[in-house]
Design a protein around this ligand. Structure first.
Ligand code: SF4
Length: 396
């Protein structure tokens, strides 16, 4: 348990009652039950009213809120998973121009879909969108399903995404629990444990507080509250419509809630990467297997440097193992550092010359020799963008 957590537990158990449940129960501000699981049922009408009034004045004007098209709303919900609104906005607009309907997305080549997603990260989302579009056409006549069980059975759609889509598109009273909502609810009840250890309680709270008369607006409003006022750092409690009911605010625990668990150190991988030229000056690229990280995207071949191995030896070995060809490793082109959610990589990129052998798809789905002009039409992971820039600079 971290120091701040210890402090929190001490505070809640303190004999003087300053931060404890006793003070909350006697406070007019609190309508929360602390006998067993936290409960918002009694406070829900007041919470709904104040939140919706605030949302009416302060809610964000976002393009997907002007739509009732379930397809557009579904796209926005998937893009907003793990990605901020300001990053999503240009992608959302471009996507709907490129694939205006479920049917057009279903029929598109996967490479076009991945290209449209390029730079947004978490590429499984794009592959799932594509597959789900095909299933919506096959199973539901091209219209996003209205039933919760049907929605949640589609690839890439979990409980909170299903709630977001069904409430936004069809105004159904289905609760959500994304990162913003977890934080707001955890603070509202001064949740004494990390959200990951209280998922059932948090889902119950989200269901209790949801306005069954206006679920679309309510879910959008609570997300806005988390995104704009009840932010991770320094929440703007002075402007918050829920301040009156907020246990974290009354106990001055906003900076300690949501509680966090100690994180394991993030692994850092050293990777050797080859930019391989043939006699005609073309470059060899390969398409990653569908399964796993960055599946279906193109990349420059390479792999992890083994202990006691030089980068050059790693590049030669990896290319032989992955593609079955021999190369000459020349000078270093660039070094690229990149962070994924669970690990960091350093890409040590070398210019290489093809010596012998026909490239084979031993550990990839496809290989191609491409010219520098052609390379931009292939979807690459973000970290490879810097490699492409370095190749172009070198060519000039
Ligand atoms: S009062 Fe502060 S901590 Fe509580 S919900 Fe509002 S912004 Fe969040």
């Amino acid at each position: 348990m971290g120091e701040s957590n210890k402090k929190l537990y001490r505070a809640r158990d303190s004999a003087d009652g300053r931060y404890g449940p006793k003070q909350m129960a006697s406070s007019e501000a609190s309508a929360l039950a602390f006998n067993g699981a936290p409960c918002l049922a009694d406070a829900a009408p007041a919470l709904r009213q104040s939140l919706l009034a605030w949302y009416g004045e302060q809610g964000r004007d976002l393009p997907w809120r002007q739509s009732r098209d379930p397809y557009a709303i579904w796209i926005s919900e998937i893009m907003l998973q793990q990605t901020q609104v300001k990053t999503v906005l240009p992608y959302y607009r471009r996507w709907l121009e490129t694939f205006p309907t479920v049917g057009e997305l279903a029929q598109a080549e996967q490479q076009r879909v991945l290209k449209a997603w390029e730079g947004l990260g978490y590429y499984a989302r794009a592959r799932n969108l594509h597959r789900t579009a095909q299933l919506i056409v096959e199973r539901h006549g091209g219209v996003f399903p209205t039933g919760f069980e049907d929605a949640i059975s589609l690839p890439g759609i979990g409980r909170t995404t299903a709630g977001g889509i069904l409430s936004s598109a069809y105004d159904q009273p289905v609760a959500i629990l994304d990162g913003n909502v977890k934080r707001v609810l955890a603070r509202l009840v001064a949740l004494p444990k990390p959200p990951a250890k209280a998922m059932n309680e948090l889902w119950q709270l989200s269901e209790q507080v949801l306005d069954p008369q206006q679920p679309r607006d309510f879910n959008q409003a609570i997300m806005d509250l988390g995104a704009t006022l009840c932010t991770r750092h320094r929440p703007s409690c002075g402007l918050c419509p829920w301040q009156h009911h907020c246990a974290a605010y009354h106990q001055n625990l906003q900076s300690q809630i949501p509680m966090t668990e100690a994180k394991a150190p993030i692994p850092h991988k050293q990777i050797g990467v080859a930019v391989i030229y043939d006699n005609a000056g073309r470059i060899l690229i390969d398409r990653r297997k569908q399964e796993g990280l960055l599946g279906g995207l193109w990349e420059f071949p390479g792999g992890k440097i083994e202990p006691n191995e030089t980068v050059e030896d790693c590049v030669r070995r990896e290319i032989k193992e992955e593609l079955g060809i021999d190369i000459q490793v020349n000078d270093r082109l660039i070094t690229v550092n990149h962070a994924y959610s669970h690990f960091k990589v350093t890409l040590n990129v070398f210019n290489c010359t093809h010596l012998s052998g026909e490239p084979q798809t031993i550990e990839c789905d496809e290989v191609k020799w491409v010219t520098l002009d052609e390379i931009d039409s292939y979807p690459f992971p973000k970290a490879n963008g810097q490699i492409i820039d370095a190749i172009k600079e070198q060519a000039n």
